[in-house]
Design a protein around this ligand. Structure first.
Ligand code: TRP
Length: 473
């Protein structure tokens, strides 16, 4: 891919370029208004055109007065920024609201688009499949450029899926299943290749963890991911610590990205400071690289422009805003995205489930008894304090964690609606609601553990071997 040659202002980021074009446009206007000498106006116009050209080269789009480059707009999370107190970045999810983060506001703040009824209908029409309940229930709620992926699919053009996981501990929790369950569904209905990045390098850089431990967690997590049912002929799973050293295509994309993103930009996007280690500062390039098909020459036969669709939790969006910002400057297409909500902690939707707090999570390794005890003891309830009050006023599903979990795991829409009605009216008590969740999760986790047991080292090795998949390019 040709790097930029004819870009006079390439040291500037898109937002800075936008501001320069705007300022220069104003200068030209005022020179004309005050009838300045012709050569002075000509020089100013030349500079304006050159700035506009650089802007177009940098963003892949024409300069439009009043609309700054969407993907680059830094997202301010600081207090006083908005009237709500939601804080969302790849490392922290916090809100003061028991109902959880306000996702509609997040869409506005991140500049993404809502997955609305029209888009869900189009997915159904184009694929001929009933939309996944994660779509209908707003669990995958936001997207970028999904319509372009559907256009490609309708025109029989290829695309691929990319998702990932940071292996922060050996055991995964039920919340981690959400993106993988959904990705498996996407792989089935679209019949496309899938790459799964395991960022053991990221966890080594961010956590107090040795390289050996990070890689060991990667392998253990990969077994859980395989147990979600991915097709071995259509899926490549890789550890960064392993694949980076094996693939010139992947590393070349990383350095291209590194060359086109400044420290200022990652500071703005991720909040890095001068005292963060340089490994963290360059890591976003590693998470960005799998969005470009040349990172996997063995799968895509060196084709450089196979579009990519990334299902992920919304907290990963900063990585992909950066990726989309840099893509046109490298001659690649921007990856499309599907964003999910967070999986709430047992204690309440103010934060997401975290592996490091055993009581906030239900692990994929938990026994039926542990599942029951944790839900009964820790799941935040929207019920009333006494049975009498509950019967009289009813419970509040909006803040009840057991009900929220059922929206993720109970597939039967009618049953879910019945539970909601009964709980809200007070007919169903908190203990009964918890029982419904326990009875939904116990078999689901037991079945997962059964599938995981069948996964041998050979199967893991095959998924992790760079190879051609069941698609020709
Ligand atoms: N950073 C992610 C995490 O900590 C892992 C990841 C890498 C990822 N690439 C991704 C997640 C692509 C979603 C999509 O879990």
């Amino acid at each position: 891919m040709a790097d930029l040659q004819n870009c006079d202002f390439c040291s500037l980021n898109p937002l800075e370029l936008f501001e320069q074009v705007t300022a220069q446009g104003e200068k030209v206007r005022s020179l004309k208004a005050e009838k300045a000498p012709k050569d002075e106006i000509d020089t100013a116009v030349k500079l304006l055109l050159s700035l506009k050209l650089s802007y177009k080269t940098a963003t892949g789009e024409e300069y439009k007065p009043g609309s700054p480059p969407a993907d680059f707009t830094p997202v301010s999370n600081g207090p006083g920024d908005t009237e709500d107190n939601d804080f969302v970045d790849p490392w922290t999810v916090q809100t003061s609201n028991a109902k959880g983060v306000d996702y509609d506001k997040l869409i506005v703040r991140f500049g993404s688009s809502k997955i609305d009824k029209d888009l869900i209908n189009r997915i159904e029409r184009v694929t001929g499949h009933k939309p996944h309940h994660f779509l209908c229930r707003g669990i995958f709620f936001s997207h970028r450029d999904m319509n372009q992926i559907l256009d490609a699919y309708e025109n029989k053009k290829p695309f691929y899926l990319y998702t990932g996981r940071g292996p922060s501990a050996e055991a995964m929790h039920v919340g981690h299943l959400i993106p993988f369950t959904f990705t498996k569904w996407l792989q089935e209905v679209f019949n496309v290749p899938l790459v799964i990045q395991i960022t053991d390098d990221e966890k080594y850089l961010w956590k107090d963890m040795t390289l050996e431990k990070a890689y060991q967690c990667a392998i253990e997590n990969i077994k859980d991911i395989i147990a979600c049912g991915f097709d071995i002929n259509k899926t490549f799973i890789f550890s960064d610590l392993e694949y980076l050293g094996m693939s010139p295509g992947f590393y070349r994309n990383i350095v291209k990205i590194q060359k086109h993103v400044t420290f200022n930009q990652v500071k703005g996007i991720f909040g890095f400071t001068d005292s963060d280690c340089i490994g963290k500062i360059s890591f976003p390039a590693i998470q960005a690289a799998p969005s470009f098909s040349t990172s996997f020459p063995q799968i895509f036969n060196n084709k450089s422009n196979i579009p990519c669709l990334i299902p992920c939790a919304i907290d990963q969006d900063p990585y992909f805003r950066m990726t989309r910002d840099v893509a046109p400057r490298l001659g690649f297409s921007k990856p499309a995205l599907l964003h999910s909500v967070f999986f709430p902690a047992l204690q309440g939707a103010q934060t997401k489930m975290s592996s490091s707090d055993p009581n906030s999570s239900i692990f994929l390794t938990d026994t039926p008894k542990q599942i029951k005890t944790k839900i009964n003891k820790h799941a935040f309830s929207g019920g009333k304090d006494t049975v009498e009050e509950h019967r009289k006023y009813g419970g509040n599903c909006d803040v009840d964690v057991s009900y929220m979990y059922l929206t993720f795991f109970l597939e039967d829409d009618d049953k879910l609606e019945q539970i909601k009605q009964a709980y809200t009216s007070g007919a169903l008590l908190t203990g009964e609601l918890k029982k419904a969740l326990i009875e939904t999760l116990q078999p689901l986790i037991a079945a997962h553990q059964q599938r995981r047991k069948q996964i041998t080292d050979e199967i893991v090795k095959e998924f992790m071997t760079p190879r051609k998949l069941a698609f020709d390019y």
